[in-house]
Design a protein around this ligand. Sequence first.
Ligand code: UD1
Length: 423
Amino acid sequence: MYIGGEVVSKYIIHGGNKLEGEVQVSGAKNSVLPILAATVISGETSRISNIPRLRDVEVMTEILTSIGAKISKDSHGLVIDSKPINSIHLPEELVREMRSSIILMGALLARFGETIVTYPGGCEIGPRPIDLHLKSLRQMGAIIEESHGFLHCKTSGLKGCDIQLDYPSVGATENIMLAAATAKGTTIIRNAAREPEIIDLQNYLNKSGARIQGAGNSIMTIEGVSSLKASDHRIIPDRIVTGTYMVAAAMTNGEIIIKDIIAENLQSIIAKLRETGSMITIDGNSMKVKAQNNISPIEMLQTLPFPGFPTDMQAQFMSLLSVAEGTSIINETVFENRFKHAEELVRMGAKIKTFGKVAVIKGTKELTGATVFAKDLRGGAALVLGGLVANGTTKVENIYHIQRGYENFDRILRSLGASISCV
Ligand code: UD1
């Protein structure tokens, strides 16, 4: 089917197969996007490896190319020469396609002292304001005018300062890090986001000559340096993709080995999956997930900023809990309106009721195949997981949402024994 000139594909899944075998996890989408943005600052060449092949990454490279960067592939990943960048105007259509392009604000302000960005459009998981980004950049000396849907940001020089974030926003923390890396003086971020992807960004920036300390903690210090230099960096493995395959094994009564993991980044997911009965063993950077026959419910699953349970794993766990032996409660505290997958799971026979940010899931013995619609990235992945255990055939429509975050999703699931095809 074609919509607006684009091919729209779907997954067709015949449920009931156990997943068994080995899977290698790709690089983290949420790490590679800010790091690609960060390559703008130096005006030098960065070599970034372990880059996942995803639509969001493509959009980011298209944006960078459109403003003048020269990007090529080598055997390990991408080589980004940001020296030729000669535009501060980010292309509207691409910025609308991917909200995380807002991260380029901090990077372009640092490099050129000016940028024009479209206000990022509506989003599928509820309102996602950028007030904390703007407030922090203004505090650092940016003048930001908002008019006709555009943000025009200008500065005669960014200055380090003491920023108290009202909420540990991942994107705002990253934007401040980028703006502060070459600002005059020292910036302190209090109540900073502590996600592993923040640590990865710190590592890339420090390899490029930045002086940043404290990533992974609530207080970060960024001592501004005069310029950044060329560097090489390998992106950390994707903890959400890992978590999704963990749930796939648990739901299908399977047993899989996942390679290239960082166990420390997965502790909240491991703990909750163990609560449902799965056996998880870690051996260095590899993990075995072995399901038990029965899935136990979870009394309370609450999403929180890292190191709490990630909101990006909430939908997949809702799928899992919909076939548990008992009733579970999910409290989504990070985003409003992030339960769109619930009504689709209900079409498959799940017994889920939502009340604002709370969902009550009464486990049922069996899901049934149906035609369902992916409405966002992780919610879409949750529907695929439901399809893997549903009786009969499940069609998941609008899978472009899923392909934004999962490289070769159907191929990898097939290699583990699932019956899934993309048409
Ligand atoms: C990042 C991740 C996303 C993940 C989210 C939370 C990327 C590319 N995306 O998104 O996958 O789900 O972290 O772990 O890394 N907020 C404000 N004002 C702001 C900024 C955020 O109110 O200026 C609110 C948001 O509406 C939301 C909460 O803060 O309720 C968390 O958002 P944030 O941590 O900023 O998420 P993102 O960086 O957008």
